[in-house]
Design a protein around this ligand. Sequence first.
Ligand code: ADP
Length: 387
Amino acid sequence: MPVNTDKSTISKLKKELSIAHRDLKKASTLFSSIGEAVIVTDEYGRIERVNSLTEKILGYSSNEMIGQRFFNIVKAVNEDGTLIPEIDRPITKAFLKGSAVFERLYYLTKYNSMVPVDTNVSPIIFNNKPSGAIEVFRDLTDEYIKEKIQSEFISLASHQLRTPLSSINTYSQMLSQGYAGKLTSKQLSFVSVIEKATSRMNDLIHTLLNVTRIEAGNITVNVKSIDIDNLCDEIVGSLEYLALERGISIKYTNDSITSVESDPVLLREVLSNFLTNAIKYTPRGGRVTLRVEANDRVVFSVKDNGYGIPEQSKNYVFSKFYRANNAVKNDVTGTGIGLYLAKEIAERLEGDIWFKSEINKGSTFYFSLPLIGSAEKQGKFTLEIPN
Ligand code: ADP
């Protein structure tokens, strides 16, 4: 066939070639700038393409990888360092299954260090036949370091911070009870300040530890049949002293339901937080009521006739460390963590959490559970019961 060499055809071809070049360049720039590491292999398992993140994570240059057998370059190991055989590698499984495989494992770098990775391998199917695979993986080192720091903080705070605090507590109680001789009223009032500060510090460590536990991994949900009156009486009883000190009356009512299947430690954490807040954010002479009702869910509510939450703060009270200016203005101590923790717990228990509030009239915080209760869940940590 004669080749058409007229000027217009040549210029058209040139234009198409330049567009194809531009597209290729664009695709190649896109490939190299993908935010995750990518390796493409052919149907024989040889590396065809890698992007710059792969080079960075594995330590090999693209020249060292391209054309090599994937398994010769990318060695995978278990947590204990044992080599994962080729047959058990996600890329083999993806080929055999003909669909994507996700796995978390460790890769060995060129310098033999272990990198934790999340991998996602998909076979490339062309004309109904596998013609290679594409593997996308993510370096989890930073997440692992964060988890390690969190776990270390949990064990450090549980032991190292609490031990001296419990000595301070024991010895100040011994002082106030006269074990070291009778104290003057001034000395007694000083010791009482130490006792209160120690108890605040203990609460703070307790809350911080629980937040860290929640953030370091899912918390365990230990479901039991909870006697609602028993639990609520107990919580109210434990806060009566605080209420009395602040001149607040506290009441519990429940005419509708006797028990619910859920985690008593987690439920207690939520209700204690609601009640403590209601007492803290209500001026002297105020009233706080804990009510339990059952309709299509079991609803726990804590109503106060206190300061109320300013309109502009309503969206944020469940955020970590958020304290509305009603707290700051009325000089009420707190951390801004309690409601954040309560919300996280609610999610774990299939619970709903919400509130209504009107400035200078009061607030009602609600927590509801399904009538069938919460489901048992295994997690990395369990929450601690306050002492
Ligand atoms: P805090 O330690 O500050 O009490 P929380 O997370 O428990 O932290 O509550 C967050 C903020 O929500 C509080 O600082 C306060 O501004 C507001 N708040 C919570 N409960 C009440 C309430 N019953 N009445 C008024 N304001 C409340």
